[in-house]
Design a protein around this ligand. Structure first.
Ligand SMILES: *[C@@H]1O[C@H](CO)[C@@H](O)[C@H](O)[C@H]1NC(C)=O
Ligand SMILES: *[C@@H]1O[C@H](CO)[C@@H](O)[C@H](O)[C@H]1NC(C)=O
Ligand SMILES: *[C@@H]1O[C@H](CO)[C@@H](O)[C@H](O)[C@H]1NC(C)=O
Ligand SMILES: *[C@@H]1O[C@H](CO)[C@@H](O)[C@H](O)[C@H]1NC(C)=O
Length: 191
């Protein structure tokens, strides 16, 4: 069995040689070879929404949110990523790493950052394969970046005859969900 490792980072830190040629016996058959192969995640239904509401002419209640799922075809796992922010005016600036939620018992760790001004989405994920030799699980770490071009619509409401207790104005931005494969620009493996 040969692994195609040409696309991996040149500094692949292999602490222990991967045991080649063993028959996969764990349930995640192919996990290791899929991870070493032409690996890519799938970013599913990335959505950005924002609302800028004024409850009075001077009191603003605004927030933005980001949501998507990320699937890893090697471990057959889907993690859920979401974040909310009230940091005016674009809410996401690429400077905060948010953790994604994996299923209970999962060892997969995922974080992301997003910048609304540039559309840049960064993803880091650590996952483990033990299908080759359960005594030597292989831990992979992938780093991915993509500039998303979001197709957004905006609505604006302005109360024509505002009274205390009513909404003064409401501006909403909703973007069409984006689904796309994302290949790590860097990937490491440690056995
Ligand atoms: C690698 O995967 C991508 C996305 O799934 C696909 O478009 C591409 O053709 C594949 N490349 C090879 C060499 O298999
Ligand atoms: C993410 O996956 C969950 C579970 O399958 C699903 O309920 C949810 O709608 C998905 N979210 C997105 C943004 O696709
Ligand atoms: C991903 O990892 C790199 C290197 O450790 C770090 O600089 C970056 O902030 C991380 N990004 C996310 C989204 O976790
Ligand atoms: C994203 O855009 C920035 C600047 O517009 C550029 O420097 C960067 O290379 C792009 N990244 C990708 C992954 O295309």
């Amino acid at each position: 069995m040969h692994y195609f490792i040409g696309t991996l980072a040149a500094t692949l830190p292999l602490a222990v040689a991967i045991p080649y040629g063993l028959t996969p016996r764990a349930s995640k058959t192919g996990c290791t070879s899929l991870s070493f192969g032409n690996f890519s995640w799938n970013v599913e239904a990335f959505t950005y929404t924002a609302g800028y509401q004024f409850t009075t002419p001077s009191h603003q209640v605004s927030s933005g949110s980001v949501q998507f799922n990320l699937t890893n075809p090697a471990v057959l796992e889907k993690v859920t990523c979401s974040a909310d922010s009230t940091w005016l005016t674009d809410f996401f600036y690429g400077n905060i790493n948010y953790n994604c939620q994996a299923a209970a018992g999962s060892t997969t760790k995922t974080s992301f950052s997003f910048s609304r001004p540039s559309g840049e989405l960064n993803i880091n994920q650590t996952w483990t394969c033990n299908d080759e030799d359960p005594r030597y699980p292989v831990t992979f770490r992938g780093y991915g970046t993509v500039n998303l071009t979001l197709d957004c619509k905006e609505t604006n409401y302005q109360n024509p005859d505002w009274h205390q207790g009513e909404t003064y104005s409401d501006r909403r931005i909703t973007c069409a969900p984006v689904t796309l494969p994302l290949k790590p620009h860097e990937q490491t493996a440690v056995a």
